[in-house]
Design a protein around this ligand. Structure first.
Ligand SMILES: [Zn+2]
Length: 147
């Protein structure tokens, strides 16, 4: 599952219920203030509040779900790939945030399933395995289900 709206209280609540029933699947967490802000039509929280909330909730999720990974959105499929440096900065940033909360990430998946040969090289360097296309579910999809 791609977890992209942990900042949202209702999504988080629904996600925890789902994770309790499905602790074995992979939960790939996006931590990206600008991306979340763009989608939500403007977040009502600062970047710092967002990071605290999303990281705190990732930690809680890691107490329930067995497999938590990184989920950066690097670029969209019809754009030119980001440079090696820009990709390395972003992947290192999200990996560093997980390190801060004591989660040593081993797997990564990318927004829009988009990556290139530089991404593969960077992930090798950082010891991250790339999850290939296998999960189409998003955390916010849970909002359409009845409990
Ligand atoms: Zn995504």
């Amino acid at each position: 599952m791609h977890v992209e709206a942990l900042h949202n209280d209702r999504v988080f609540e629904r996600l925890l219920l789902y994770a309790k029933k499905h602790p074995d699947i992979w939960y790939m967490v996006m931590i990206d203030y600008e991306n979340s802000k763009a989608r939500a039509g403007g977040l009502k929280m600062s970047e710092e509040e967002y990071a605290d909330k999303v990281l705190g909730r990732t930690k809680i999720l890691s107490g329930i779900a067995k497999n938590i990974g990184l989920h950066p959105h690097l670029y969209i499929p019809y754009e030119d790939p980001l440079s090696y440096e820009a990709q390395k900065n972003e992947i290192s940033r999200v990996k560093g945030l997980f390190d801060q909360i004591g989660i040593r990430a081993s797997h990564i998946s990318f927004g829009y399933w988009t990556w290139d040969e530089n991404t593969v090289k960077i992930c090798d360097e950082l010891g991250l395995k790339i999850h290939k296309r296998c999960m189409a579910l998003h955390d916010y999809d849970l909002m359409g289900e009845k409990t």
